[in-house]
Each structure stands twice: as C-alpha cells, then as structure tokens.
Write a protein that binds this ligand. Structure first.
Ligand code: C5P
Length: 291
C-alpha cells in the first residue's frame, strides 16, 4: 500500500490569543497542495512496526510516523502483525508546510487500514491531535478554516484550481515554538480573515487573489522576517518582479498562487536562479479513505 502525504499552505493566519497550556489560539485557512511525501506499507515478519526514511536525519524513533504507530498500538493494546513503513520525503522539513503532520496523518490512515482496526476518521483525528496541532487537518484535507490550537475544523468549499509556487531560502529553518514566541503581540487578532473566507465561500478567484496580494496575510511573518535576512532578500527579489508572495504557517516558505502556468514557471525559475529552493505544484482537494 502506498499513500501520499500532501503538504499544506496557510492562505491566512491570525493568532487570536495566548493559552494557559503554552499554545496559541489561532484562526487559519489551510489548503492542501500537490507536493507530497510517500509512505509505503509492506507486511514483514514478527509483530508491530519497523520504520525507515529516505532522509536519514528524520529516521529516528521520534519521527511522528513512529509516534503515530505507537499511539495506535497503545489504543488497541494487543499484538498486531508486522509492518514495514518506508517514508520517502519530498516536502521540505521544518518549513511551515506541515510535512511531518501530514506523514503522521498518512501513517494513522495507512496503519488503520493495514491492521484493519476499523477506527473512524473522527477517532483518528482525536489521536492525531495528540501528535501535533496540524495533524487533524491533514486527516481531513482540502480547504479548511481551523480554530483553537488548529484542531477545530470547519471545511470550506474547495478552491478552484491554482498553480502554487513554493519558495524557500536555502538552509533557513526556524523552530515553530520560537516563531510563536517572537510574534508581535500587538497584532493579536490581525489580520481579520473574513475577506479570505468570504472569497472562498463565493468561489471568487479575484477575491482570493486580492487577499493574497495584500501586505499582511499571516501574523507570524512579524516573527520570522526580522531575524532571517535570506527570507527578506527572497521576498524583496520576488516583489521586484511584481510577485506578491505570502508566508505559509510559521515559515520560512513563501508561496504564490496563480491560474497562469507561465507566470508560475517563471516565478519558480527566478527563485531557483537566486540559489533558493522552488517547487511548482497545485491545489488539491483529496481525502484518503480511512478504512
Ligand atoms: O502542535 P505542534 O507540535 O505542531 O506545535 C509546535 C509548537 O508550536 C508548540 O510547541 C507551540 O510552541 C507552538 N504552537 C502554538 N500554538 C499553536 C500551535 C503551535 O504556540 N496553536
């Protein structure tokens, strides 16, 4: 069995308030894109799971895939037939694209099927929330308004097709927790996402394009931009070419959305020619069957 674990972007993100548990109350619109990791599940001798990853740095037992497998084993509390899980990474790590969360979601779905556990999507989402704030969204997919820690989900109508260019300054990573610590608290509750949500509900390409062309779509940009010259430089360069990139999640990935393939292709070239990483992908609205 081979499953795709799609990356996500945040079309808008507002930190609404702090929380006693150290997390933050969010309002964000998430969208799946076609860039994906692959998880391969194969029967093997013995019981339980074995795990390998194409990226050796991510092949330790603390990978969210292993933690997802352990959560399922603890939940059913009986020996289960051996399964070998191979994770092939394509989604850049620690980039605000939800790669680890999406891998965890695909692991929960894949193992639920492989071991024939019969857990519902809702049950998997409850387990997933223990692994990370974005895991429940990754189990649902599509276009979603998320609240709370990111786990309270309201599906929105699917977006019309867009090409999506993902742009990352080479070698820049920043821990999500640090980005949340550094964001400008005077901007709590901003930007208001109403125009974005309205544009999506109305299926308005123009409304969405106008939202994304705005200067301020993601509160966390105030935390990551000042400390990362490479990101500022990449953004300046893109804007010089008339492009208006937005920040995904806690960064450092910037993204563009357009219906125009040539524009997307050129934007990806400009970004890559400057020594950055660029990915040309598209919006997807696909949900894996859980059982
Ligand atoms: O849930 P996840 O493990 O992905 O979160 C990583 C870190 O990001 C948390 O430890 C927390 O510092 C921060 N975070 C937050 N509020 C959220 C989501 C994440 O402060 N809603």
């Amino acid at each position: 069995m081979i499953l795709k674990a799609y990356a996500k972007i945040n079309l808008g993100l507002t930190v609404v308030a702090g929380r006693e548990d150290g997390y933050h109350q969010l309002k964000t619109v998430m969208q799946q894109v076609s860039l994906a990791d692959y998880l391969v599940f194969k029967p093997c001798d013995g019981e339980g799971w074995r795990f390998t990853c194409s990226n050796l740095d991510l092949s330790g037992g603390d990978n969210l895939v292993c933690r997802a497998a352990d959560l399922l084993l603890a939940k059913v509390d009986r020996p289960l037939p051996g399964v070998e899980i191979k994770l092939y990474k394509n989604i850049p790590h620690a980039a605000g694209l939800g790669g680890g969360s999406s891998d965890a979601a695909a692991a929960l779905i894949g193992l639920n099927r492989f071991w024939q556990l019969g857990l519902t999507r809702k049950e998997l989402m409850e387990l997933g929330a223990r692994l990370g704030s974005d895991v429940p969204y990754c189990l649902l997919g599509g276009t979603v308004l998320a609240r709370g820690r990111g786990e309270i989900l309201e599906p929105l109508p699917p977006l019309p097709f867009f090409w999506v260019v993902l742009a990352l300054p080479a070698g820049v990573t920043m821990a999500t927790a640090d980005v949340y610590r550094l964001f400008d608290r005077s901007l709590m509750g901003k930007p208001r996402l109403d125009p974005l949500v309205e544009a999506i509900r109305e299926g308005s390409r123009e409304g969405l394009a106008n939202w994304l062309a705005g200067d301020f779509t993601n509160t966390l940009e105030t935390a990551i931009l000042p400390g990362t010259e490479a990101l500022r430089k990449m953004k300046r360069r893109m804007r010089k070419d008339g492009l208006r990139p937005a920040l995904s999640g806690s960064g450092p990935t910037l993204f563009l959305m357009t219906g125009d393939y040539s524009l997307a292709r050129n934007a990806a070239r400009i970004v890559a020619n400057e020594g950055n990483e660029a990915y040309l992908c598209w919006t997807v609205n696909q949900q894996e069957e859980c059982c």
